[in-house]
Design a protein around this ligand. Structure first.
Ligand code: RIB
Length: 292
C-alpha cells in the first residue's frame, strides 16, 4: 500500500435525471430515466483513490438521515477509511443532477451537513491518523474549514492538493498553502479572472505558489512545468455521462503520487480513469470497479 491520503470534503446523495435536452425556463419536459447514487466531490475523489488501492481516509460530515449509514457502507465497500467521519443533526448533502443526451450535466448541490464540518475536529483527525502524506480538498465545504486544514497540513509537511470546485475566487494566503491546484477550464477562469488561453495559464501560474494543472474535459489537461505548458491529450470515447469525471481525475492523480509515480505519469493515469468514467452513467457508479 502507498502513502496515506486524507480527503476532506463533501458527501452527497446524487439524484440523476437523464433527459434528451435540458428544459428551457418555464418549460416542463418528460425525461428518460432517474437514478440515485453516492456522490459529493470529496467522497468521489476518496472513492476513486480507494478503488485504485490507495490507503485513503475521508473526513466528511454526514447528517441524521437514512443516507448517512448507506454512505458509510459505500465508503467501506470502496476501501475508504470512515473512522473520522463527522455527524451533524441536519440533513445529509444532496445533489439533483440533470444529464442530457450528450452526457453534459447541470448540478445543484444542497450542502446540508457538509456545511457543518468542523475544522478543529478535522485537524485532530489528521493528527490521529498519523503520517499523512497527502491532503486533498475541494470547495463544497466552507472555505474557512479548508483554510485551517490546509494551513495545518502545509505547516506539517503534508503535500496539499486543492480542486477549486465549484469555482470561486481564492485568497492568495490560501493558495500559499496549496502545493497542487487542479481547476477545470471554467474554474480556471473564475479563480484567475482570465480567459482560458495558454498564455493566461502561464501568466496565472507565475503569480501563485501552487503547481498548476488545468483539466480540459475531452481535450485532456495542461500541466505547467517551470515556465512551459505541457499538453496531455485524452482518448476519444463515447460519452454517456460526464458527472464526476473531474473527481476521478483528482482521486487518480493523488493515488499516482502516493504510488511514487511522477506528476506526468499520474496525469496520464488520471486522464485514462476520467475518460473511462464518462462512458458509464452516474458518479461513483462510473468508476470501473465501484460496487455501488
Ligand atoms: O463532481 C460531481 C459531484 O458534484 C457530484 O457527485 C455532486 O454530488 C456534486 O458534488
Amino acid at each position: 500500500m502507498g502513502k496515506k491520503i486524507c480527503v476532506i470534503g463533501s458527501s452527497n446523495i446524487d439524484q440523476f435525471s437523464y433527459v434528451n435536452k435540458f428544459p428551457q425556463e418555464g418549460e416542463t419536459i418528460i425525461g428518460e430515466s432517474f437514478k440515485t447514487g453516492f456522490g459529493g466531490k470529496g467522497a468521489n475523489q476518496a472513492v476513486m483513490a480507494g478503488i485504485l488501492g490507495s490507503d485513503v481516509y475521508i473526513i466528511s460530515c454526514l447528517g441524521n438521515d437514512i443516507f448517512a449509514e448507506s454512505t458509510i457502507d459505500n465508503f467501506k465497500k470502496n476501501k475508504v477509511n470512515t473512522e473520522y467521519i463527522q455527524r451533524a443533526d441536519v440533513s445529509s448533502g444532496v445533489a439533483p443532477i440533470w444529464v442530457d443526451s450528450g452526457g453534459e450535466n447541470k448540478i445543484v448541490v444542497i450542502p446540508g451537513a457538509n456545511n457543518e464540518i468542523n475544522a478543529e475536529d478535522a485537524i485532530n483527525s489528521i493528527k490521529k491518523i498519523e503520517n499523512v502524506s497527502y491532503v486533498v480538498g475541494q470547495a463544497e465545504i466552507p472555505m474557512k474549514v479548508n483554510d485551517k486544514v490546509f494551513h495545518y497540513s502545509k505547516s506539517n509537511n503534508i503535500l496539499t492538493i486543492f480542486n477549486p470546485a465549484p469555482g470561486m475566487e481564492l485568497e492568495d494566503k490560501f493558495l500559499d498553502n496549496v502545493d497542487w491546484l487542479i481547476p477545470n477550464e471554467y474554474e480556471f477562469e473564475i479563480i484567475s479572472g482570465l480567459k482560458l488561453s495558454e498564455e493566461n495559464i502561464l501568466d496565472f501560474s507565475s503569480k501563485i505558489y501552487s503547481n498548476l494543472i488545468v483539466t480540459l474535459g475531452k481535450r485532456g489537461a495542461f500541466l505547467v512545468e517551470d515556465t512551459n505548458l505541457i499538453e496531455f491529450g485524452a482518448p476519444t470515447v463515447e460519452v454517456a455521462d460526464t458527472t464526476g469525471a473531474g473527481d476521478a481525475f483528482v482521486g487518480t492523480f493523488v493515488h499516482g503520487l502516493s504510488e511514487n509515480l511522477t506528476a506526468k505519469e499520474s496525469i496520464k493515469l488520471a486522464i485514462e480513469k476520467a475518460s473511462s468514467s464518462v462512458q458509464r452513467k452516474g458518479t461513483q457508479s462510473s468508476y470501473s470497479s465501484s460496487s455501488e
